[in-house]
Design a protein around this ligand. Structure first.
Ligand code: PMP
Length: 306
């Protein structure tokens, strides 16, 4: 927290923290895997770059370098003695002013927490697919918020989408834009497979530019599949051959039904499985990491005091 290694119980904030009142924070969710080459953080550099972009879009100055935050992530995994982990770097506005528009008196804080984390949508879901619905809540678009920023306040929309879905017995909800085109899950990007080609909504469909999305696109191309970024009408989901979600938490999760309508054969499809296998292969050593995506936790000495 703010450059120091402190125990969990001391990692507290004041009730007058700006972020608590107005959602003024930006963050990342990153996974560390136990791989055939030791503990590795998946695409750490890309996540920290996105953290800086998220801060820039709200004009928050990050009080550390990218290298310092990256090292903080590695240190946090080491200090917690985790084999695999979910890592949460967060920048938030703290005390200083009650005004909605933060002034120069506001404190900017950075914390990095790491914890154990299994599969987000369930082991069963990874194998057989999950049941999802289209949300009655539209995705907030770039007309109202800089949606490419992974900002705390944006997740009120995600809470409504994911919460409604779960209350109605679905594993996840998919949001559409105000124009009715597919956007994404509450914390996942979505891919549609039809006639052997992959389709995914473009950044202009109010999506987060997912790092797992980018990885899946790269792996799909590597396997010889064409991936097309284009606007997707809601109804294409019901007649897709295969659908899957991508996300740091969700990894690559097949979708077997949408609004009770079976997708394709109603279970994980062959192209989804190929991409899943290539993705998890990065960690078990079966997929060559040609892109330098695995960042070794052990690689360098700490820059933080402990
Ligand atoms: N969309 C939203 C809204 C998310 O919160 C996430 C999770 N960060 C994603 C998509 C997937 O992004 P990534 O693959 O970078 O985790």
């Amino acid at each position: 927290m703010n450059g120091e290694m402190i125990p969990w119980e001391n990692a507290t904030v004041h009730v007058m923290s700006h972020a608590l009142h107005y959602g003024s924070s930006v963050f990342e969710g990153i996974r560390c895997y136990e791989t055939s080459k030791g503990r590795c953080i998946f695409r750490l550099g890309a996540h920290i770059k996105r953290l800086f972009d998220s801060a820039k879009l709200y004009r928050y100055a990050v009080p550390y370098s990218a290298a310092e935050i990256e090292q903080g992530c590695r240190d946090s995994v080491v200090k917690n003695e985790l084999k695999s982990a979910y890592i949460r770097p967060l920048l938030f506005l703290g005390e200083g002013s009650i005004g909605v528009v933060p002034d120069d008196s506001i404190s900017i804080n950075v914390i990095i927490a790491s914890m154990e984390f299994g599969s987000y949508l369930g082991e069963e879901g990874l194998k057989n697919g999950i049941d999802v619905c289209i949300s009655s809540w539209a995705r907030t678009t770039s007309a109202s918020l800089p949606i490419l920023s992974k900002a705390g306040g944006h997740y009120l929309n995600a809470q409504l989408i994911g919460g409604e879905a779960r209350r109605n017995g679905f594993a996840e909800g998919i949001s559409v834009t105000a124009r009715g085109t597919v956007s994404e899950g509450s914390a996942e990007n979505i891919f549609v497979i039809r006639d052997g080609k992959l389709y995914t909504p473009p950044l202009s469909a109010a999506i987060l530019n997912g790092i797992t999305r980018d990885s899946a696109m790269t792996l799909a191309n590597h396997l010889g599949y064409e991936v097309i970024e284009q606007e997707i009408p809601r109804e294409l989901l019901y007649v897709a051959d295969e659908l899957f979600f991508t996300g740091t938490a969700a990894e690559v999760t097949p979708i077997r039904s949408v609004d009770g309508i079976e997708v394709g054969s109603g279970s994980r499809g062959p192209i989804t499985e190929a991409i899943q296998t290539a993705f998890f292969g990065l960690f078990n050593g079966e997929t060559q990491d040609e892109w330098g995506w695995l960042d070794s936790v052990e690689k360098s000495a700490s820059v933080l005091s402990s």
